[in-house]
Design a protein around this ligand. Sequence first.
Ligand code: FAD
Ligand code: DHB
Length: 401
Amino acid sequence: MANVGARKLNPTPVAIVGAGPAGLLLSHLLHLEGVESIVLEVRTREEIEGTIRAGVLEQGTVDLLKQIGAGERLAREGFVHHGIELRFALRGHRIDLTELTGGKAITVYAQHEVIKDLVKARLDAGGSIVFEAKNVTVHDLETDAPKVRYEKDGAPHELACDFIAGCDGFHGVCRSSIPEALRTEYLRSYPFGWFGILTQAPPSSHELIYSLHDRGFALVSTRSPTIQRLYFQCDPHDRVEAWSDDRIWRELRTRLETLEGWEPKEGPVMQKGIIAMRSFVCEPMQHGRLFLAGDAAHIVPPTGAKGLNLAVADVRVLARALVERYHNGSDAALRAYSATALRRIWKAQRFSWWMTSMLHQFPDNNRYQKRLQLAELDYVTTSRAAATALAENYVGLPFDG
Ligand code: FAD
Ligand code: DHB
């Protein structure tokens, strides 16, 4: 890393690319410790506050959002769940998350609501978010005077800073600014996607249901007493228009069926989309004065609900390291950032890959592998040790460890 010893502070110590959960949270965590930043976001505020994505917050994510004053609406409107159901061979099996983890739980609260809360927290505190910042590029990363260039309303801008946080998601520009020879990328693609819907209906279940059926995976989640979120495994190249409401509900009814004749509560489908599934990690997550966090550095398949929570864990480590640099002049934690974050990231990669492998139909699986999947599910729902391993990962591993 370039020398990060004491020098005159830039007016903008930290430039953050991307106003997703990672970028916004990092900016707020730094602000609370007296370190200012500017967030550059290519989209509009309305777009980032309206994009439907994840919905499950780990206990540690919830605690952190409350601690920094961005958790008031979450505490009021989020749904605390103490268990999940694993459904296979036409039967449901409850995993008691709270009992198995000594009191922890997950909260169902939509990602775009977290974004609204964080944008509000930043703006209320006088923070700077530049929306519609176009053609962002990062420069001089290997010097102690990095820069970010961008265009706003057609005019070019250059931002001098001490550090750049690349929080610009999987398709952003920051990761590819690290020379190819200096990064290693690990990738696994899955031969299926998730078809996700929002429907206007009452909840079908008071806890999430993860189901494996001969026709593939299905998931029942929720958003509010009147809006529900459901997913089912699909061909990643399928077309959304090929799925009428009738066809969607027929598929969900089939994949969620039980011996007792369970059926989801149906309603009009308000929104539908197909989500690609991949596992990806870029190492290291740092180059000179550029630090990557969240989806910019890694992706998990959504089965373990880890994507958003991992982004939160990364920026918690990064914020602490930057604060240590500004408060004590020590860059030890910054130098360790990538290695520290990657330990937790690889465990979440393992968990997300495992949940995905256990709960989906793989086109290449033979009869033997299908029986192994059922044995895995049988084990996890009957062994306290196995259920505990699932539960502690699902509610979130400790931030430091
Ligand atoms: P992002 O949320 O991607 O934020 C990055 C931000 O950077 C965006 O606002 C983007 O506009 C901005 N940006 C990008 N490029 C530039 C640029 N060049 N200049 C400036 N700004 C830029 N996870 C789950 O756990 N469960 C789910 O059900 C789930 N569903 C998902 C559905 C979809 C369609 C997608 C894409 C992801 C889903 N995820 C899910 C993953 C989860 O949403 C992400 O892990 C999480 O958003 C990561 O946060 P982030 O801040 O790192 O990145
Ligand atoms: C949701 C998404 C997930 O990836 C998951 O595992 C559980 C719930 C959701 O969007 O509600």
